[in-house]
Design a protein around this ligand. Structure first.
Ligand SMILES: [Zn+2]
Length: 191
């Protein structure tokens, strides 16, 4: 199966689509999207958002689906967004809270120092150039997700003594059992 052409949506794994820590794909550098090479880019970013919401995350990068392309989606709480070929061109200030988590490292969280405000340029899913000025939580999510495109994980940057495992019930029951995790996710950044 080609990894970088044709229909992207078919390259997403049907069950358990999110790649977990230990898979080498999470450490590789993603390639820039060439517009026109993929017929289903808007459909692909919509599917990414669905997977992100299902996993109760606030951000997701294409390498987390095993697809090495520079595509991120996120939702800071007000609306879903996709950025293709994101590039952070300005960073200023500092923030340390809230702790971050990652859908590829379930159960782990830690404090990561990030820029407080950023300017990110890139393209939307239709190829239109965009420029996003973000701060605080949204800026944190974009920094976490763009790191994924360069094979960088939040544990690489976390304050060493801040990493901790969130206690999750061992029982693997479906549905409502996840309530405890949701409460935690609201306080953390899981992408
Ligand atoms: Zn992540």
């Amino acid at each position: 199966m080609p990894k970088a052409s044709g229909r992207l949506i078919n390259q997403i794994r049907k069950d358990d689509p999110i790649v977990k820590y230990g898979d080498p794909v999470l450490r590789q550098i993603a390639k820039k999207v060439i517009f026109g090479a993929y017929e289903d880019l808007p459909e692909f970013t919509s599917r990414m958002l669905e997977i992100m919401y299902e996993a109760r995350g606030v951000g997701l990068a294409a390498p987390q689906l095993g697809i090495l392309l520079r595509v991120i989606v996120y939702d800071p709480g007000d609306s879903p967004r996709a950025i293709i070929n994101p590039q952070i061109i300005k960073m200023s200030g500092e923030q340390l809270d809230p702790p971050e988590g990652c859908l590829s490292l379930p159960g782990l969280r830690g404090a990561v120092k990030r820029a407080y405000s950023i300017v990110c340029k890139g393209y939307d899913e239709h190829g239109k150039p965009i420029r996003i000025r973000a701060e605080d939580y949204e800026a944190r999510i974009i920094q976490h997700e763009t790191d994924h495109l360069d094979g960088v994980l939040f544990i690489d940057k976390a304050e060493k003594d801040s990493l901790e495992w969130i206690s999750v019930d061992d029982e693997e029951e479906e549905g409502e059992e996840s309530e405890e995790v949701v409460g935690t996710m609201e306080k953390t950044t899981a992408g």
